[in-house]
Design a protein around this ligand. Structure first.
Ligand code: FPP
Length: 281
């Protein structure tokens, strides 16, 4: 890891909000410009099974440890005053897993919501759930709705947990929501990107600036397909249960090294470097 010092402007939240930090975390915080953090971080939490397998433990032990990592990332992002954090907890494809593992994951989510409620409230976190929530078991639905209601008045970070989530399903659901709103009104104008975005599960949230995927897989796995059009993607070999606060800070430092152009050119570049022709011109 490079130890090069970059400028640091501490106009944002003081790093003291993180409490005691390790020397590794302190070094990473030195490199981080707290005024240029991503507004929205999305995470594909992968590698729980492999983490457990490496330790000759059952897969569920990996998920339990993964829930601890989720807790760490949630608290750290909230304290850094990141606006939104979205975690991929259960995909529409995950129903193909053994029933015992599915039941365990649902139970883990319920336990998290019950046990972590004081921490969520203390950090002013507002909870949202992304996915076909109405297809979950009634007890899980109840806990999910209660968590949203209890935290609805909070003014801090929006924590979205994707459960029974699929990116394609989300786009289809948004289109169907628009169609049913139109209610056969053939005179309606054409659908716009803004209108579609508003009807996604993430409606009202900024698009993720940073997408983190753990365990080294170079896939999007049907996650936020619409919203990550311009996200910076950070893939780390670290397995999710090992993704601690230092690894998160590392991802944020890496994000700040990236140059985001949104299909344009670098600011301050002379006109002569523009492409000769822009698509659609
Ligand atoms: C992927 O690892 C992880 C999951 C499918 C579950 C993620 C859930 C949690 C971390 C816990 C619950 C979350 C919250 C917010 C409390 P994998 O099993 O696919 O790993 P593998 O690819 O190594 O098998």
């Amino acid at each position: 890891m490079s130890q090069t010092k970059t400028h640091k402007t501490l106009h944002g939240p003081a790093p003291e909000s993180l409490g005691p930090v390790t020397s590794e975390e302190a070094q990473l915080l030195e490199k981080l410009d707290l005024t240029r953090l991503p507004r929205h971080v999305a995470v594909i939490m992968d590698g729980n099974g492999r983490w457990a397998q490496k330790r000759h433990l059952p897969r569920i032990a990996g998920h339990r440890s993964g829930a601890q990592s989720a807790r760490t990332s949630i608290e750290t992002c909230a304290r850094l005053k990141i606006e939104a954090l979205t975690l991929y907890a259960f995909s529409v494809e995950n129903w193909r897993r053994p029933k015992t593992e599915i039941d365990f994951l649902m139970q883990l989510l319920r336990e998290y919501l019950k046990n972590e409620m004081p921490l969520l409230q203390k950090n002013e976190i507002r909870m949202r759930f992304l996915g076909r929530i109405e297809e979950l078991a009634p007890a899980v639905q109840k806990d999910v709705r209660e968590a949203m209601e209890k935290t609805a008045g909070n003014k801090g970070m929006v924590l979205s947990v994707a459960v029974n989530y699929g990116g394609r399903a989300e786009i289809v659901d948004a289109m169907n929501a628009i169609l049913s709103e139109r209610n056969g009104n053939a005179a309606s104008p054409q659908i716009t990107e803004e209108q579609l975005a508003r009807h996604l599960y993430t409606g009202g949230l900024p698009d993720p600036d940073l997408l983190i995927r753990t365990s080294g897989e170079m896939r999007l796995s049907n996650f936020l397909l619409w919203q990550i059009a311009y996200s910076e993607i950070f893939v780390t070999e670290t397995l999710w249960p090992d993704f601690n606060r230092a690894r998160l800070l590392e991802a944020l430092v890496e994000f700040q090294k990236r140059e985001r152009r949104y299909g344009g050119i670098r600011e301050g570049q002379p006109d002569t470097e523009r492409p000769a022709r822009v698509a659609g011109e």
